[in-house]
Design a protein around this ligand. Structure first.
Ligand SMILES: NC(=O)c1ccc[n+]([C@@H]2O[C@H](COP(=O)([O-])OP(=O)(O)OC[C@H]3O[C@@H](n4cnc5c(N)ncnc54)[C@H](O)[C@@H]3O)[C@@H](O)[C@H]2O)c1
Length: 344
């Protein structure tokens, strides 16, 4: 099967690209390699996939993976409409996984236009190309942040999600609405995945697991927001990738129960939410050091808790995340301390 993965130098996209290529799919990965965080991580993830590039690399030109015969990477932006049309015209993708986005809740407070460009204009290009070039299934990354101010837990896909507390969350909810309209108008089969706090090797340096590990290893204080009174449904990267691939293989069909639209939304989280302080203790014990902590108030845009009801994913796709926090943190810290980590 020929698959496009956008955001392929990112945390989730790079791992997904490798797993798809290793099962024999033909994969084209694209990414703008923006500098929202240290690009050494993006180059490092790509080099794990056998894709070597640097800052001088030419845009919009494919580079062959030396590790996977069926895998190529192109540095390009999903918000470049012309380049996207050329790519789809040339490649004839059967399926698309859109992970490219400006991520991060806190950054959306200070850099709102980055979200407009990648998450809205870029996503519109993805939808337009999928419908014009007859893609059989589009899977895209939504986020647990769409649950915003909801207080009923666990969060269910059937709950109303009309109270986002960050522009990031608002763009993810917008993606769900945009995708639904394309599914209804053009018969495009679409699945949105609401990811819940993903962590693991090659993770994002703007997220708590990496921030904590780095501070502990440098003997710096860790910032504990809302005085530690937060709950997160941490989900290990391998579980996210496995769930995404199983979903990609399961094309939604038009049903009366879904108003005749081939459109689905699933939560994909571990469903074992933990208190932030317990998560910190897990990192401390894997690092072998106690962190010096500074307790701070809640940050704007953050939510107190995330907690996924994944029964729909289990019922319809036959999958639920399984890696325990203890095992996942151990694997993450093992990578963090290894020579592979370019930010160590
Ligand atoms: N990691 C999580 O916990 C989490 C949780 C919820 C949702 N998500 C979503 O999952 C997706 C993947 O997240 P991630 O953690 O791998 O993030 P990431 O930032 O590591 O990866 C996203 C990649 O997209 C690229 N990108 C951004 N704008 C682009 C554009 N216009 N064109 C091409 N590439 C572009 C970036 O360079 C980056 O490499 C994102 O859509 C994110 O919003 C992630």
């Amino acid at each position: 099967m020929k698959i496009l993965v956008t955001g392929a130098a990112g945390f989730i996209g790079s791992k997904l690209m490798g797993v798809l290529a290793s099962r024999g799919d033909e994969v084209v990965g694209i990414d703008s390699i923006n500098n929202y965080y240290d690009v050494r991580l993006k180059y490092g993830r790509l080099s794990e996939m056998g894709i070597m590039l640097n800052d001088e690399f030419v845009w919009n030109q494919p580079i062959q993976s030396s590790r996977y015969e069926t895998c190529r990477f192109i540095r390009m932006s999903i918000d470049d409409r012309h380049a996207m049309e050329e790519l789809f015209e040339r490649e004839h993708f059967e399926k698309v996984v859109n992970l490219a986005a400006q991520a991060g809740v806190r950054y959306s407070i200070t850099n709102p236009y980055a979200y407009l460009q990648s998450n809205l204009a870029g996503f519109l290009n993805v939808l337009e190309c999928c419908r014009h070039y007859e893609v059989k299934h589009l899977v895209f990354a939504s986020s647990s942040s769409v649950y915003g101010l909801n207080s009923k837990v666990p969060y269910s896909e059937e709950d109303k999600v009309d109270t986002p507390v960050s522009l990031y969350a608002a763009t993810k909810k917008s993606n769900e609405l945009m995708a639904h309209s394309y599914s209804k108008l053009y018969g495009l089969a679409v699945t949105g995945l609401r990811f819940f706090t993903v962590y693991g090797p090659w993770g994002r340096p703007d997220m708590a697991p990496m921030l904590f590990a780095r501070a502990i290893s440098n003997g710096e204080q860790i910032k504990v927001f809302n005085n530690g009174n937060m709950i997160r449904d941490f989900t290990y990267i391998d579980d996210i990738v496995e769930g995404t691939i199983r979903t990609l293989d399961h094309v939604p069909v038009t049903q009366k129960s879904s108003n005749g639209v081939a459109y689905k939304i699933y939560n994909i989280g571990c469903s074992h939410p933990v208190k932030l302080m317990d998560f910190i203790h897990e990192i401390e014990s894997a690092m072998g050091h106690e962190a010096e902590k500074i307790f701070l108030p809640m940050q704007p845009g953050d939510v107190y808790q995330t907690n996924a009801d994944t029964s729909m994913l289990k019922r319809e796709i036959g999958y639920e995340p399984m890696v325990t926090l203890h095992d996942g943190v151990a694997k993450f810290i093992q990578w963090y301390k290894s020579e592979k980590n370019p930010l160590k």
